[in-house]
Ligand binder design. Structure first.
Ligand code: SF4
Length: 511
């Protein structure tokens, strides 16, 4: 039994909460649900910037994929010991993949934890918190499979203009480096009608952009036996009035079929962007990773996509130093990267993830070799990203402004947003022109480029602002959250004053 510190039963003031998220887009979206559940149960959020001990409930939504995830979690938990002593109402909950994997170890290792819940029972969190408070002891509940599809739970959206919509959870693949199948379970597909209802509800609330989310979106439909279900879903989303931008992540090269490319090309609101994880350019390594496509197939997909969507920005994930990777294998990755002309790449150094088949494979690559290869790969990709971005100088981009700003925004006064192909664009608003709100669209010429972003510094006549329903919704949210009347901020201020944070949380940001 846990040694969780006792908590007060005083329930007079509303309890406050904070959710701390680690890991991938799935976790970001799960955290939106955790927040929605706590809102519905009467808890009140504290800002992300709040200090230790300011929230009565701190929820860690953990990731088991990152290196040293457990050490990092215990470090964070250790920092709460003093805060918890000072605030007897405080409760600490740990959920997500690491909780699903480590279970009661978390309670044994950390006396501050009151609740441990898994990836399949997010909806139980408010009850578990109540029970822990009432019984004055820690609660642990982990389910082996999905109870309720998480999208039926209340959700607190991080962004008004853009929303995540889960179409499936879990994965039927068995990539040897990945812990997801054992923690998230087999793929479960949500019914198309439920997905479309959520998309429409988001649009009614002001969203103009939706990202369909699954571990392997193009195997969508496998559970209810419908081939072509993902392409059909894209086309159906394309009929939703008011929805201007549809994205999805992530597909798998093995299951990526031509009907999806056709649906992308023939649905005006599906954006010209594709995140297609390569992982390795070596067929030997792909085999060892248990990824069933080969490099030729991968390059063939890119050709087909570019044939139908000539301006598509294609991004990828690559792992360097998988066990057994030789210099020859690594060179094959460099060759595929050179040929693929990715707009950007998420590059990872392989490191052992306990519980995965690759963790015990022979011929682990020494760290120094992995590092050296990693540097060669990132240098190559940076060169390609720079070249691809510079080729866009002089073209025109429609940019959806987000609440996020660039690191130099205070100095430059530029606002930031995403082009249709999801490239990050920093935009200067000409003197005297009306500033955009997050969710508004500006059409501007690209005037400069760097590997990770584009710049648009338009002359007055080349700045075209389109105010959107999403911008109106942002105004309303501002007025409701801080009492500031709805209005139009001046150039540069819109994106910096927003309480509505984050545009497309977790989507590839490297350009
Ligand atoms: S496709 Fe492979 S890498 Fe992706 S979630 Fe499934 S097992 Fe993991």
């Amino acid at each position: 039994m846990s040694t969780a510190l006792p908590v007060s039963l005083d329930a007079e003031a509303p309890r406050t909460y904070q959710v701390r998220t680690f890991g991938c887009q799935m976790n970001v979206h799960d955290s939106e649900r955790i927040s929605g559940l706590l809102d519905a149960a009467g808890y009140v959020p504290v800002p992300e910037s709040a200090g230790e001990g300011e929230a009565d409930v701190v929820v860690f939504n953990t990731c088991a994929v990152r290196e040293n995830a457990d050490n990092k979690l215990y470090g964070h938990l250790g920092q709460l010991v003093g805060a918890k002593r000072a605030n007897p109402r405080m409760q600490v909950a740990v959920g997500g993949c690491l909780a699903q994997k480590d279970r009661d170890t978390i309670l044994a290792k950390s006396p501050v934890v009151d609740v441990v819940f898994g990836t399949h029972n997010i909806g139980s969190l408010p009850t578990l918190l109540d029970r822990a408070r009432h019984n004055r002891q820690a609660e642990l509940e982990i389910l082996e499979s999905l109870d309720v599809f998480p999208s039926t739970l209340p959700t607190r959206r991080e962004s008004v203009h853009s929303g995540w919509v889960s179409i499936s959870v879990g994965c039927n693949n068995t990539c040897t480096f990945c812990i997801v199948p054992s923690l998230r379970g087999k793929e479960r597909d949500r019914r198309p009608g439920d997905i479309l209802a959520e998309v429409r509800a988001l649009v009614v609330d002001g969203a103009v952009e939706v990202t369909l989310l699954g571990q392997n979106v193009n195997s969508y439909g496998v559970e209810f036996g419908e081939r072509g279900a993902f392409a059909d879903l894209l086309r159906a989303c394309g009929t939703v009035d008011g929805l201007e931008r549809i994205r999805f992540t992530s597909p798998h090269p093995a299951a990526f079929t031509d009907d999806v490319i056709d649906a992308m090309a023939e649905t005006a609101t599906v954006m010209p962007q594709l995140h297609m994880p390569l992982q390795s350019g070596s067929d030997t390594v792909l085999r060892a990773m248990r990824r069933s496509y080969r490099s030729t197939r991968f390059l063939g997909i890119l050709d087909k996509v570019r044939d139908r969507l000539p301006h598509a920005a294609i991004t990828t994930d690559i792992i360097v130093g998988f066990p057994g990777e030789t210099e020859e294998d690594f060179q094959a990755t460099l060759d595929v990267v050179e040929a693929s002309r990715f707009a950007s790449a998420f590059t990872f150094q392989y490191s052992i993830r306990p519980g995965t088949p690759a963790a015990t494979m022979p011929h682990q690559v020494p760290k120094a070799v992995v590092q050296e290869r990693y540097e060669r790969l990132t240098a190559l990709q940076e060169r390609i990203s720079g070249e691809e971005n510079r080729a866009l100088v002089g073209s025109t981009a429609e940019v959806m402004i987000t609440a996020a700003t660039g690191a130099k925004a205070d100095a430059t006064g530029r606002v930031s947003g995403r082009a249709r192909d999801n490239r990050l664009v920093h935009v200067a608003v000409p003197a005297g022109a009306r500033g955009p709100r997050p969710g508004d669209m500006v059409t501007v010429p690209i005037t400069a480029a760097a590997p990770y972003h584009l710049i648009a510094d338009p002359a007055a006549g080349r700045y075209d602002l389109r105010r959107t329903r999403a911008g109106d919704a942002w105004d309303r949210a501002q007025a409701e959250s801080c009492g500031v009347p709805a209005g139009t901020p001046g150039a540069g201020s819109a994106a910096r004053s927003g309480a509505v944070a984050l545009g497309m949380p977790g989507l590839p940001v490297r350009v």
